[in-house]
Design a protein around this ligand. Structure first.
Ligand code: ATP
Ligand code: MG
Length: 415
């Protein structure tokens, strides 16, 4: 037998409705904010992620599914959703559209990680990309999308943590302070951190090695090194969030794992799913579009892990939609009734009523068992009597109540 690859998951027919529910709330929420969907390919040229995500990140260094295609081109399965959107924005001239441009995606994401609860090799993200505004209102808007989605799902719990890691100006001073703080200790840190020391010292704070974490615990905070503009931006953002009633905590330890972030960074963290509690991470990345070859364009967005979101909803026993079962099952009483039942079932479908019938030729008794297991709301037996009279008895399974009507009236009765 061939097994499923490590770190991937099947969504079975009996559970698919949960995803449909989640995605429908996601799409409705995005629409209410005037955000339109963008779909980009599942794989891109590897170069895009090297430049867009950054070669000092765990994603690029350790986690990408990269391979040569048959034409000898290096391609990579999306390790995140943002770089592909930036590429599409530039390539399709979307900067000519009225700005800001608000886009969202729902996409599979591939990362070669050690699988554990809430950490898969293929997971799915809902993401927002807001291009063309440098205002803190744009930051607040994307945070509000996530908050509104959580509210609609009945989730009060994920806490918004915000921080600012400053612009390249602030970063220069901060990097100097961080390097001075680390000093000789850098020699005892992991190889990735030693490499980051020169290339991108801020990334050292995002290292997950316990030894490195112990060293960085008392490191200087980016918030203490913000320039006037970045400080004002961060303060305005906080007052907007307070004004619209989005609770938040300033958390100077949030730095985010991607190279492209500038200024605002944030995470929504849940305590309902254990160690991998970050359900949504995002921030501002004003340099991304220029980094991958476009005109400088301010941008802000987030990525939200849908498997983690689903885990939270399940752990808290929140509503996840209803299993998808047709409304009515037609049970032919004998072989002679099968064609009639088959035809009747299809007539109802054309009238917009979901309906099912027997496809196996099993006995009436076996059909009843099947109908009970599947959970149809109504069942109607079709025998020679029904075919003769043109009337059918519709049984409501919950309480056994029976309604009799002509075949032509079934849709009306069920509505
Ligand atoms: P982490 O620190 O948990 O590795 P990250 O910083 O790598 O997260 P992002 O790149 O910001 O995560 O991705 C956005 C969201 O996608 C995360 O907040 C999380 O909910 C989800 N996510 C990331 N990696 C995985 C994974 N391997 N499996 C499942 N969900 C994931
Ligand atoms: Mg990660």
């Amino acid at each position: 037998m061939i097994n499923i690859p490590k770190g991937t998951k099947d969504v079975l027919p009996e559970d698919a409705y949960k995803w449909h529910y989640l995605e429908s709330v996601v799409r409705r929420t995005a629409a209410d904010f005037g955000i339109r969907e963008i779909r980009t390919p599942t794989f891109e040229h590897t170069e895009l992620f090297l430049r867009g995500v950054g070669d000092t990140t765990d994603i690029v260094n350790k986690e990408m599914y990269t391979f040569l295609d048959k034409g000898n081109r290096s391609v990579t399965l999306k390790p995140e959703g943002t770089a592909g959107v930036a590429r599409a924005y530039i390539e399709n001239g979307l900067q000519e559209n009225p700005q800001p441009l608000k886009m969202y995606y729902i996409t599979p994401v591939f990362r070669y990680e050690r699988p554990q609860a809430g950490r898969l090799r293929e997971h799915h993200q809902f993401g927002i990309e807001l291009y063309g505004s440098a205002s803190p209102y744009a930051d607040a808007e994307v945070m509000l999308v996530a908050k509104t989605l959580f509210d609609r799902l009945g989730l009060t719990e994920p806490v918004l943590n915000i921080n600012s890691i400053g612009c390249p100006e602030c970063r220069k001073n901060y990097n100097a302070a961080l390097k001075a703080y680390l000093g000789d200790n850098i020699a005892s840190m992991c190889p990735s951190c030693r490499e980051r020391f020169d290339k991108n010292p801020l990334r050292i704070l995002d290292c997950k090695e316990p030894g490195c974490r112990a060293i960085t615990a008392g490191a200087p905070k980016t918030l203490d090194y913000l320039c006037d503009d970045c400080r004002e931006h961060f303060e305005t953002l906080q007052s907007i969030l307070s004004e619209v009633g989005v609770p938040f905590a300033v958390n100077p330890n949030i730095v985010r794992g991607l190279d492209y972030y500038t200024g605002t960074v944030f995470e929504f963290i849940s305590s309902a799913i254990g160690a991998q509690g970050t359900v949504c991470g995002g921030g501002r990345y004003n340099n991304l579009v220029s980094e991958v070859g476009g005109k400088p364009t301010p941008a802000v967005g987030f990525g939200m892990g849908l498997e983690r979101l689903l885990m939270i909803l399940e752990n808290l026993n929140l509503y996840l939609g209803e299993p998808e079962v047709p409304l009515i099952y037609f049970a032919p009483a004998s072989k002679e009734d099968a064609v009639f039942a088959f035809k009747q079932t299809n007539i109802l479908r054309t009238q917009g009523i979901s309906a099912d019938t027997d496809l196996t030729g099993r006995s009436l008794k076996a059909q009843m068992k099947y109908a009970d297991k599947r959970g149809y709301k109504y069942v109607a037996v079709i025998g020679s009597e029904e075919r003769g009279s043109g009337n059918v008895k519709i049984k409501r399974m919950a309480d056994g109540a029976v309604t009799e009507c002509g075949f032509g009236k079934i849709a009306e009765v069920l509505r």
